[in-house]
Design a protein around this ligand. Structure first.
Ligand SMILES: [Fe+2]
Length: 206
């Protein structure tokens, strides 16, 4: 299979689980953190590749006992049209997974417009963060309209294709799963596609 979905990253530092930041979202499955709270070694590492971090830094929580983040993309573009790259750090049990999906018929893709005060954007507003990348649209699809394309246990840093449909599932009876998700940007603020990210970060790809 041509893996267009993810790569594990071998990084020269460890990102300790930031327990003080991992607060359960009140209204949705995501919340966010400030750039100032990001591990300085990670910020420097991104900068060493001629990139910078977006201030859109999300926390995804997948609760124990069958919790899930539903099938979605992170982008207003259709899958395959400039798929956006993210760098994710996940702390969770070995029986929790990330899945990518392919829609059986493109007409079944559902575009979601997220107004500024939507659940998706609520926490940015509350924390006084003005997103420096578009957060106003993404796509979802029903589980009956997709087929499973790829599934992994995310137990190390990952270069992540967030432009393809994806979801999480946590089968563990007691342990929650947490992800900190970052968007690397070019220095001019432009987003980086997954294929571009493969090239930029190639010496850290396992
Ligand atoms: Fe996502």
């Amino acid at each position: 299979m041509n893996n267009i979905y993810h790569r594990y990253l071998k990084l020269p530092f460890e990102y300790p689980k930031p327990d003080h930041l991992l607060v359960k979202p009140k209204t949705s499955y995501n919340s966010c953190v400030h750039l100032k709270d990001v591990l300085p070694e990670f910020v420097s590492w991104v900068e060493s590749y001629g990139c910078k971090l977006s201030n859109v830094i999300e926390i995804f929580h997948t609760p124990a006992s069958g919790g899930s983040v539903p099938i979605h993309t992170d982008s207003g573009n259709k899958p395959g049209v400039f798929d956006c790259a993210k760098i994710n750090f996940t702390w969770g049990p070995e029986d929790s997974v990330t899945r990518w999906w392919t829609v059986t018929d493109e007409k079944k893709l559902i575009k979601i417009i997220n107004p500024k005060n939507s659940q998706t954007n609520d926490d940015f507003q509350q924390k006084g963060i003005m997103p420096d990348i578009p957060t106003n649209a993404n796509h979802i699809a029903k589980v009956t309209d997709v087929t499973l394309a790829h599934e992994i246990v995310v137990n190390r840093p990952t270069l992540f294709n967030a432009g393809q449909l994806h979801s999480t599932f946590n089968a563990n009876p007691t342990q929650d799963r947490w992800t900190l998700s970052f968007v690397p940007l070019a220095l001019d603020g432009e987003m980086i596609s997954f294929p571009q990210a493969l090239e930029i970060f190639k010496d850290c790809i396992e």
